[in-house]
Design a protein around this ligand. Structure first.
Ligand code: TA6
Length: 303
């Protein structure tokens, strides 16, 4: 279960960061400074909202999302670990792993200047996780809220043997109309097209435009990507480190209808551009070793 808001009062930063108990039983951290506001659920170490001062919300959240201890949240930044998508050979395992539906604890909450806030949330392997995935680990999600949103997912192997994992910061971005946006930074990059029999294709030299269901895992790419949104006159830039894959996803009409926790008419309002290590870029970690994957999300005016 989530640590209760009441049990975390001593960690709060008066006037800047406080814990709240949601009706559904989840505990959330609310941050509000002159730079930005944000909401972070301990459930899944899930950044649900991020809004820099003077900007519209940067992250999409479905109006139909669950907010319950045993369900993923549909929007914001789901933390994906230790497998991406369906788990090959284990149809009974939860899609996208178990990190996003576990209760994380708060390791620290601090601000050095009253404007930038860092929360470190931690998930330690347990009998429940080891029943699904037989390895000892510690995950830390370092979340820095300021004019930009910085997230760092750290994996530490606490086992006596190496293990391999996939991971993603599965970020849902809010856009005015996905049909009028474009994504740059992946020109000429190979990708797995999950809407076309997992065929390997190569992106053209023009920005990506979304004209149908889109579900692509771009391979061996460390580039910074950007979402250009003329409707909101803004560019959302996603810089990354420690990540060799970028996923671009929009469910479009049919898949939107098929998701119970996603509104049938919500697909034009979002696009996922995900910072990941998946498929051929899965990470193998030696005993005692640590891997860090980082994403930095910043908004600038377009044009
Ligand atoms: O990242 C894209 C994707 O893998 C899609 O295939 C779609 O399944 C999406 O994730 C959402 O997955 P979820 O398990 O959250 O419904």
């Amino acid at each position: 279960m989530n640590p209760s808001a009441a049990s975390l009062r001593d960690l709060e930063l008066p006037g800047i960061a406080s814990f709240h108990q949601d009706p559904g039983g989840l505990t959330e951290l609310r941050v509000s400074t002159t730079a930005a506001s944000a909401r972070i659920f301990l459930h899944g170490a899930h950044v649900a909202e991020f809004q820099p001062a003077g900007q519209r919300p940067v992250l999409f959240m479905s109006a139909a999302s669950h907010f319950a201890p045993n369900k993923p949240i549909r929007g914001g930044v789901p933390v994906i670990f230790p497998w991406f998508g369906p788990r090959s050979g284990h149809p009974e395992s939860p899609a996208h792993g178990f990190a996003r539906t576990n209760a994380w604890e708060v390791e620290s909450l601090q601000s050095s200047d009253g404007t930038n806030v860092e929360a470190v949330l931690k998930l330690t392997s347990s009998p429940a996780t080891k029943a699904l995935w037989p390895h000892d680990f510690i995950l830390r999600h370092r979340i820095r809220i300021g004019a930009s949103l910085e997230m760092e997912l750290e994996v530490e192997n606490r086992s006596a043997e190496p293990f391999s994992f996939e991971e993603a910061l599965h970020t849902y971005f809010s856009v005015s109309d996905v049909r009028k946006t474009s994504v740059t930074g992946l020109e000429g990059t190979r990708y797995v097209d999950k809407t076309d029999g997992m065929k390997i294709k190569t992106e053209g030299d023009a920005p990506i435009r979304i004209t149908a269901e889109t579900d692509r895992v771009y391979l061996q790419t460390q580039t910074t990507t950007a979402i250009d949104d003329p409707g909101l006159a803004r560019r959302i830039e996603i810089a990354k480190a420690g990540s060799d894959a970028t996923v671009v996803w929009n469910p479009w009409v049919a898949k939107a209808k098929a998701m119970a926790d996603f509104g049938d008419e919500e697909w034009p309002a979002m696009i996922c551009v995900e910072t990941a290590n998946a498929g051929e870029s899965a990470v193998t970690l030696a005993p005692g070793a640590v891997h860090r994957m980082r994403a930095r999300i910043a908004v600038t005016p377009l044009g």
